[in-house]
Write a protein that binds this ligand. Structure first.
Ligand code: 0RA
Length: 650
């Protein structure tokens, strides 16, 4: 090696080390956060590379395994990451991919990278954040391998054997000095892999949990594969809702080089459930692809209805949202250079996508309506009903919002507000029942904690017409107390306005029994359907009151589960006489006095709040409609499979 080359080599290595160091110094900047979300993000980052290989047409099988110790292995049957010398970096291309930031798909200009996590940072970030990573490439009849410790190669890429397989295998152990959470959640990974299977039809994805063997020695494993793509996705999400038309409407196209795939179904419900994706990323803030869809849907359906003289009797103006009542749809586009905007960078900005989606939907829907006159009539009839209901709902909604505005403060009488007014430090507890509300009022710190007692079972919004929701006093109280209202944005879509949000922490506090969890689910449903933005912006929390107090003489301990209770009994018994020890099971918040409620559940220094988050909006949509809808068998099945988490109330 010449003197000059040696110098270059050194300089490049220093750059690599600086890159890895930057990732370890500010991990959240690269993978979002260092909690559960970030931990799972590592897996998505690796899987995304395999999905890219699949989208390039070279791979159709991706296997994800959770290993003992919460390490992860991802194996695909693609071409394998190239292992030859990288001309510029003067080392194996494999090493470059694994150690240089953003070195993802730079070798192959023909395969443009379309998948890629929200942060799209590449596998080198995963490497930097792992105590150990092992990559194996099955290529050209050989097995190549390299291992790393916190991103640094332990040796040069070497051949460790022969194989006629093809593909890439990455195994990594997340660094527990970086991540606050270290345990992988099977369901979280399962939801993402299922979503990826629907979004990328024809690719088989599997998830196996090797942390613990089943009774017969095998491991829990799930396979996700979709032949029908989004058509099956919509059918899955809407599975427990009553269909309006027999089959989802579906189309696929490649307009101006932008792959577009869309499916939608109408159900007898009232909500619009539109899920959109760009490069497999859920664009929760929508954007040009969603705007294109809405525009084409409204225009095409309206012009059909007018031509068929189906709107002649209608006295009110029909609006865009009327066409989307009871609509469940998924839009997926693949964009080479997506521009993400908005608060959470999940709003597509590329203008050219609007036209591509608009034309795709218009052409498909015109054909569909011509060919399915019976379904067309059912849809238009539903739209007309929606327009009439909307007029009623608007009156009810305006009444609520006007009432709030007119009465100046206009806060509900039942609200015990806090004295401070800075929303950033203020909290509101939504408490089940007046009696617990009273205790919470006494126990709180009135400077920054407000209490809103809710009467028993609030309305099930999953089954109610929109205007009924604004008729409901408990629901109205929540909107006014929180200081939020529903407004119509420039695109004509309803949007929750948070400008006057009065509390940055909204805490649901219900009893630790079956009724309490039902009420919590009802409240969560209301937030998910009508105030989702508060969940997305991280304002919604669940309080965790203790289940037991274990007491002996003057000593006592609060416990949050059975294991804690047993440990406390042992500890307090000291001399081994466990029956001198008294165990009190708290069934309701009302069984605690104000001081106990404060020290266990409300005091910021001692409480545990669970933040409500949304991993997959599509999956949450399915679960809420199933839990709160009319269809009983799937609900029973869900409860039975989750029964190990549910405890029978004594
Ligand atoms: C660029 C070029 C080639 C393969 C890949 C990337 C590749 C990357 C990953 C990451 C995970 N699995 C992957 N599989 C493939 C190959 C180019 C060629 O062989 O000509």
């Amino acid at each position: 090696m010449s003197e000059e080359n040696k110098n270059n080599y050194g300089a490049e290595n220093i750059q690599v080390l600086e890159g890895l160091e930057a990732v370890r110094k500010r991990p959240a900047m690269y993978i979002g956060d260092i909690g559960t979300k970030g931990l799972h993000h590592l897996v998505y980052e690796v899987v995304d590379n395999s999905i890219d290989e699949a989208l390039a047409g070279h791979c159709d099988d991706i296997k994800v395994t959770i290993l003992p110790g919460n390490a992860i292995r991802v194996l695909d049957n693609g071409r394998g990451i190239p292992t030859g010398m990288h001309p510029k970096e003067k080392k194996s291309a494999l090493e470059v991919v694994m150690t240089v930031l953003h070195a993802g798909g730079k070798f192959d200009k023909d395969t443009y990278k379309v998948s890629g996590g929200l942060h799209g940072v590449g596998v080198s970030c995963v490497n930097a954040l792992s105590t150990h990573l092992n990559v194996r490439v099955f290529r050209e009849g050989k097995i190549f391998q390299q291992e790393y410790s916190i991103g640094k190669p332990l040796y040069d890429v070497k051949v460790i054997g022969e194989s006629d397989q093809r593909g890439t295998e990455v195994t990594f152990q997340p660094d527990d000095t970086i991540f606050q959470a270290t345990e992988y959640n099977f369901e979280t990974l399962q939801n993402r892999l299922r979503e990826l299977a629907y979004l990328n039809k024809g690719i088989k994805l599997s998830l196996t949990d090797e942390r613990e063997a089943l009774e017969d020695g095998s491991f829990h494993s799930e396979i996700f594969f979709s032949e029908g793509g989004l058509k099956e996705f919509v059918t899955y999400i809407d599975g427990t809702r009553e269909k309006l038309i027999p089959e989802a409407v579906y189309c696929e196209s490649d307009k101006f080089g932008i792959p577009v795939e869309i499916a939608f179904q109408y159900n007898t419900g009232y909500a619009e459930n539109l899920h959109s994706y760009v490069n497999n990323i859920n664009t929760i803030e929508g954007g040009t692809h969603v705007a294109g869809f809405r525009r084409a849907l409204t225009r095409t359906l309206k012009s059909y209805a007018e031509k068929q003289k189906l709107l002649d009797k209608l006295k009110i103006e029909i609006s865009g949202e009327d066409f989307r009542e009871g609509l469940t749809g998924v839009i997926s586009v693949k964009v080479a250079e997506p521009q993400f905007e908005g608060q959470t960078k999940t709003k597509l900005g590329n203008n050219e996508v609007m036209g591509a989606v608009d034309q795709t939907v218009a052409e498909m829907l015109e054909n569909y309506l011509e060919e399915h006159p019976k379904e067309a009539k059912i849809i238009v009839d539903k739209v007309v009903l929606a327009a009439q209901a909307r007029a009623a709902a608007r009156k009810a909604r305006e009444m609520v919002q006007r009432k709030g505005a007119m009465s100046g403060m206009g806060l509900p009488g039942k609200l015990s507000d806090c004295s401070k007014t800075d929303p950033k430090i203020c909290e509101i507890f939504l408490v089940e029942g007046d009696s617990a509300g009273g205790t919470a009022k006494q126990g709180r710190d009135r400077e920054f904690q407000a209490i809103l007692p809710l009467r028993g079972k609030i309305l099930n919004v999953e089954k109610a017409l929109e205007h009924k929701i604004y008729d409901n006093e408990e629901v109205r109280n929540m909107f006014t107390a929180l200081g939020v209202h529903i407004a119509t944005n420039e695109e004509g879509a309803k949007e929750l306005n948070l400008d006057n949000l009065r509390y940055h922490k909204i805490v649901i506090m219900t009893d630790a029994d079956v009724d309490g969890s039902h009420i919590r689910t009802l409240i969560l449903t209301l937030f998910f359907r009508y105030m989702k933005k508060l969940i997305e912006s991280g304002h919604l929390y669940i309080a965790t009151p203790p289940l037991y107090m274990v007491k002996k003489g003057k000593d006592f301990k609060y416990c949050w589960d059975d294991a804690g209770r047993d440990a406390a009994v042992k500890e307090l018994a000291k001399e081994g006489k466990e029956d001198s020890v008294h165990v009190q099971r708290y069934k309701g918040l009302g069984e605690m006095n104000a001081e106990q409620l404060w020290e266990t559940t409300m005091d910021p220094a001692r409480r545990t709040l669970k933040q409500v988050t949304l991993d997959s909006a599509a999956e949450a949509d399915r679960i809420f409609s199933m839990l709160m809808g009319d269809d009983v068998p799937p609900r029973r099945e869900f409860i039975e499979t989750h029964a190990k988490y549910a405890k029978i109330d004594a």
